[in-house]
Design a binder for this molecule. Structure first.
Ligand code: TRP
Length: 337
């Protein structure tokens, strides 16, 4: 078993990021160790240049994200934690795969359509070929499993298509690449804004009250939960009763995700109670779970030398693991080196 996954280095990490990708990675770390496998987790800084960006922010966000991942429980000794930019094989393999990926396949990618919007002509080439780099990210390490959110499933399927075509066209009877399986969390916790149950919790929401940041202290968390939008009805005793109550559903979902139980279990405890009783319980739970992360994060994010050392050693290990597959790809294509 080899798990490979990436995350874009955005700043301002919040509860949505934690309950989305990060917590899954941490859980998988034990799984993969128990199976004698290896987990590789990276900051997708090369992907980040597909959109307009500020170089100094990218560098700061990359370090910030490493600090957050380690604070949340990614252990750089057990897992290989690195950033793409320090492993040139990612960019090299992307080019080699570009001869195999088809225009038609990439034209169907919904993320490109969403992110380029009406300005297709002005979008970067990198935004269009983004999924080829993503394919390189996982094929380079012969990943067997790739944890991703539902929104990245299409990119994973593309990686499989590229691998399959490459193997058929150039493998000469043996496979150069492993076909990776996506691991999509069953109840992918969709964490919504605390101010609007219809909008995703986001770092770009102008209201800081809309999200819980990994840097928020206990008082701030308490205040944000207290002010979170809810409704005057008591909680229902079954999940079906949350239909049409987006804010209530979100708060129950957050409680469930943080406690590691189902929304039904939350409602069997709080059904019939109002938000006056539920909110303090939710705030306490959040503080209890996030306080240790918050403390480690605060320490680590100041220690630039330690963060750079983690990335340097992760990249070194990643380069070693990548080398044989990259060589095999060059050879398969008839490229003399
Ligand atoms: N595109 C992914 C996202 O935005 C991040 C990513 C880059 C990734 N390369 C990857 C995820 C490889 C899994 C595997 O979430």
């Amino acid at each position: 078993m080899r798990i490979v996954s990436g995350i874009q280095p955005t700043g301002n990490l919040h509860l949505g990021n934690y309950l989305g990708a990060i917590r899954n990675w941490v859980a998988m770390q034990d799984d993969v160790a128990a199976k004698g496998g290896q987990g590789l987790y990276f900051l997708a800084d090369l992907h980040a240049i597909s959109m307009p960006h500020i170089p100094a922010d990218l560098a700061a966000n990359t370090r910030e994200m490493v600090a957050a991942l380690v604070a949340c429980g990614i252990d750089p000794a057990r897992s290989i934690l690195f950033n793409q930019a320090q492993v040139p094989a990612h960019a090299e393999l992307q080019w080699l795969l570009s001869g195999t990926a088809r225009m038609g396949w990439l034209s169907r990618m919904t993320q490109f359509k969403d992110k380029s919007g009406k300005n297709r002509e002005g979008a970067s080439i990198a935004l269009f070929t983004y999924p080829v780099l993503q394919a390189a990210d996982v094929l380079l390490y012969q990943a067997t499993h790739v944890p991703v959110g539902e929104d990245q499933k299409q990119h994973l399927e593309l990686a499989r298509d590229i691998a399959q075509k490459f193997n058929t066209d150039f493998g000469g009877g043996s496979d150069v690449f492993t076909l990776p399986e996506p691991i999509i969390p069953p109840e992918a916790a969709r964490i919504m804004s605390l101010r609007d149950g219809a909008a995703k919790m986001s770092k770009s929401d102008p209201s800081d009250m809309s999200r819980i940041n990994l840097t928020d202290n206990a008082d701030t968390i308490m205040a944000k939960v207290k002010k979170a939008k809810s409704d005057p009805e008591p909680l229902p005793s079954e999940p079906a009763g949350l239909a049409g109550r987006a804010e209530a559903k979100n708060l129950v979902g957050i409680y469930a995700a943080m406690a590691g139980i189902s929304p039904a279990a939350v409602l069997s405890e709080f059904g019939g109670k109002g938000f006056g009783a539920f909110k303090p319980a939710l705030a306490e739970l959040l503080v209890a779970k996030l306080a240790p992360i918050n403390a480690r994060f605060a320490d680590l994010r100041q220690d630039r030398a330690a963060l750079d050392a983690i990335l340097r050693s992760g990249a070194e290990r990643a380069r070693t693991l990548a080398a044989p597959t990259l060589t095999a790809a060059y050879e398969a294509l008839g490229l003399v080196r």
